[in-house]
Write a protein that binds this ligand. Structure first.
Ligand code: ZN
Length: 155
């Protein structure tokens, strides 16, 4: 493993042990549940989106493997304070990264770059993208309904 991959690994383990923005968000305006049956990962993402379409707060709960928890933690840190369209743009870039299709391999994606190695482990792509699919479902729910995300595809 290269030094860079070791660094990325340690960031993922740190976010797994001490997830950021973990907990309930009782006044959520949008929320969704996501499941990755292949690995057993489950995540609940709750957001407060204001009238200007800014994600003013985001929290998650759930359980799963280290990659899925670290990804949810880093996702919440990445989208907090962003507009809905900025968050959707980040999701498409992150999705490309974990599929190994990001042209600069995540170098302009901040801390999310730690997931660049996931593309070499196809079974882990679903773990890494679960929280993002759930975020997208929450943003699209347009209400406080709890919606289940269908099995995440690797496409
Ligand atoms: Zn997993």
């Amino acid at each position: 493993m290269s030094d860079l991959q070791e660094l990325y690994q340690s960031v993922i383990l740190d976010h797994n042990r001490k997830p950021r923005n973990f907990g309930e968000l009782p006044s959520a305006s949008h929320q969704a549940d996501g499941r990755n049956p292949l690995c057993g990962d489950e995540v609940h993402v709750a957001l407060i989106v204001d009238e200007a379409d800014t994600i003013v707060d985001v929290k998650f709960t759930g359980h799963g493997c280290a990659i899925s928890k670290a990804s949810a933690s880093l996702m919440t840190a990445a989208v907090k304070g962003k507009s809905r369209s900025e968050a959707e743009e980040l999701f498409s870039r992150f999705h490309a990264l974990v599929l190994g299709q990001d042209p600069d391999e995540g170098k302009s994606l901040g801390q999310l770059v730690v997931f660049s190695g996931v593309s070499r482990f196809p079974v882990r792509v679903k773990c890494a993208s679960l929280a993002w699919h759930t975020l997208k479902a929450a943003l699209e729910s347009g209400a406080t309904d709890v919606v289940a995300v269908p099995a995440v595809s690797t496409e």
